[in-house]
Structures are given as C-alpha cells and as structure tokens.
Design a protein around this ligand. Structure first.
Ligand code: ZN
Length: 340
C-alpha cells in the first residue's frame, strides 16, 4: 500500500486541504483563532464532523473521587473506534493511513502549521474543541527529537490550551503517522490535582528546569517546567534517554505527555507507562472493562464507549487500572536519581 505523499498531485492536494496558513501569527490571527474558525467551518461543510460534535453534547459524565485525586468518566460511544482500535503492527500495516493527506475525508481541511503540520478537526471529539496536529510527512509516531514541536505548539496556542502526545505503543491510534492533539485547558482533573497540597515534590533543578514528581495521584507523573525552551527540551530528552536505559530499551519508552503554557513558563507532564491496556480490557464477555488508557485517560478523563462500564467504574477499578498501566514508582525514582 502506498503511504507516501510525494506525488505530482501533492501541491494541488495541499492547497485543497488548506483552510488557512499559520507561520508565526505575527501579522495575522492567532493560532487558536484560526482553529476555532476551522472548526466552525468544518461543522458546516463536513457532516461527519458536525455529527461528532452534536453527539458530544448528549454525552454524559460522572466524577469519581479516589480520595487523593479524582477522575471524570465520560460515556462516549462516538469513541468506540479509537477505544477499540487495533494498533498491532500487522493491523496498522494493512490499513490506509488515515492521517496522510491523500486519505483524508473529502470534506476535511486543516490549518497548515509552520509548513510541517496540518491541524485537523477530530470528528470524534472528547472535548468541545479537539484538534489533531498531523505531520505533513508519513513519519512514525515518536517524541524523540519532537518535544520542541510540542512546546512550540503549546506556546503558539497559549495558556487556554493543552497539547497532547501519545506514544506509539501506549495510546496513539495512528502509531505509523506522527501526530499530536490539542484540547482546551482545564478539562483534565490532573490539571487541578497537581496543585493540591503535598501532591508534587521538587525532585531536582537541572539547568533552570524544575523537575517534580507526583505524590499520591494514583499514577506516576513527572513534571518538567522552565521558561527556557532549549533547557526544557534538553532535560526532557535526557529524561527519555535515561528512562530507555533503565528499561533496557532501544526504542522509545512508553510515555504520554501533556504540554501547557503556564504564565511565562512551559510545563510538561510526563506519564511513564508499563503497559498500554489493562488486563481487564482483554477479558471476555461481561468481565471486560473497555477503557483504553491514553494521555487523556492518564490526565483523569476516562472515556468509555459502553454504558455498562460507565456505570460500574469505581474508585477501586480506577486505581487498579492506573496501578497496572503506570510505570513502577521505584523505576521512575531511579531515573530521576540518575539525572541529578
Ligand atoms: Zn500517514
């Protein structure tokens, strides 16, 4: 199957798919403004997108307090496809890449971002605004050497937005095509929970980058924060490298990342993982729990397409899922100790 966008028709296709261009925003509209306009336009011109957002309005949520932290369960049958997505290599190789320009739905358009990415509306949203930032090249999903893009996006979108990354083996529904997501800030409970008393402790200060680790949040979270993007990028890359060494991996360790603009600072929340889906996901029949943890779930919004799971998820099940898919605290601590 052809999965390259290098063809004679690429410039024509690119123009057809471009709703607007963002190259820095110095002389024009902000990136957030362009994306809001894109979504408003796509709801009018692309029926599947309109339906996806209409569907979201009827979706129900329920908060679960897990003593030290909280989660929000979202019953969203529109997410059936992504929750159940078969991301095994053979399945991915057998399907056309849905993020490549020549396979996008006919009515789908995007914001061309700094000439390297196309920002698209996610037609199966989890939040009232949900964008996919897709690389213009068919390039495997990775955060290695790409964290600066995540930080640039966070800075360009500003403090009302969050930029998300799913590793290819822990949540990305297109592990074969580099992409990020952008959602409005303030929707994931972890954003509040990290500010609670005694929730985070300063583990190190490296090159002006503050490194905190989570306490009592049910899963491992490492926060990196700085006003200097270069130093932040370097410390993140070091963290990833040392984590890979600690796990004896020559490929990218399983992580999810959320990037925020916090005043003058940029902040990364890193969720180190030991597995993608919990054992309960693979059970048969009624015992199956259909939650497939990716970055949004690690941030505290558990999306399930089934009413049954929506009703029966409770503190105990949530804590079990987090414990099972999150990397062991001792390994994370070992990585931090090696960095210092
Ligand atoms: Zn692709």
């Amino acid at each position: 199957m052809k999965k390259t966008m290098e063809s004679a028709d690429t410039p024509v296709l690119m123009n057809q798919k471009t709703h607007a261009v963002f190259e820095g925003g110095e002389h024009g509209k902000s990136l957030a403004e362009l994306c809001r306009e894109l979504l408003s336009d796509q709801k009018k011109t692309w029926p599947a997108c309109r339906q996806g957002y209409e569907f979201l309005r009827s979706m129900v949520v329920r908060d679960i307090s897990c003593s030290e932290f909280s989660v929000r369960v979202q019953h969203n049958s529109g997410r059936m496809k992504s929750t159940l997505a078969d991301v095994r290599k053979e399945a991915v190789n057998d399907r056309p890449c849905f993020l490549c320009l020549d396979h996008l739905p006919e009515k789908q358009k995007g914001i061309r971002y700094r000439n390297e990415y196309l920002i698209l509306c996610n037609p199966m949203p989890v939040f009232p605004f949900h964008f996919t930032v897709s690389c213009l090249d068919h390039h495997p999903q990775t955060v290695r050497g790409k964290i600066d893009t995540l930080l640039q996006l966070a800075a360009d979108f500003g403090s009302d937005w969050t930029v998300l990354y799913n590793g290819p083996r822990c949540g990305a529904s297109a592990p074969d095509h580099l992409h990020f997501q952008v959602v409005p800030a303030g929707h994931m409970p972890v954003e509040k929970d990290i500010h609670g008393k005694d929730r985070f402790s300063l583990a190190a200060r490296l090159d002006g980058v503050l490194l905190h680790s989570a306490k009592n949040l049910g899963r491992e979270i490492v926060a990196l924060e700085a006003d200097n993007t270069i130093a932040l990028t370097r410390v993140f890359d070091d963290f990833l490298k040392v984590l890979a060494e600690a796990l004896l991996l020559d490929k990218e360790p399983m992580i999810n990342v959320a990037a925020f603009c916090a005043g003058h600072n940029l902040r990364l929340l890193v969720f180190p993982r030991r597995k993608h889906r919990p054992e309960a996901f693979f059970r048969k029949g009624d015992d199956r729990v259909t939650v497939s943890p990716a970055v949004i779930e690690m941030g505290g919004v558990l999306v399930t397409p089934f009413q049954r799971d929506f009703e029966r998820l409770n503190e105990e099940v949530v804590k079990d899922i987090y414990r099972e898919v999150s990397l062991e605290g001792e390994i994370v601590q070992k990585v931090i100790d090696r960095l210092v």
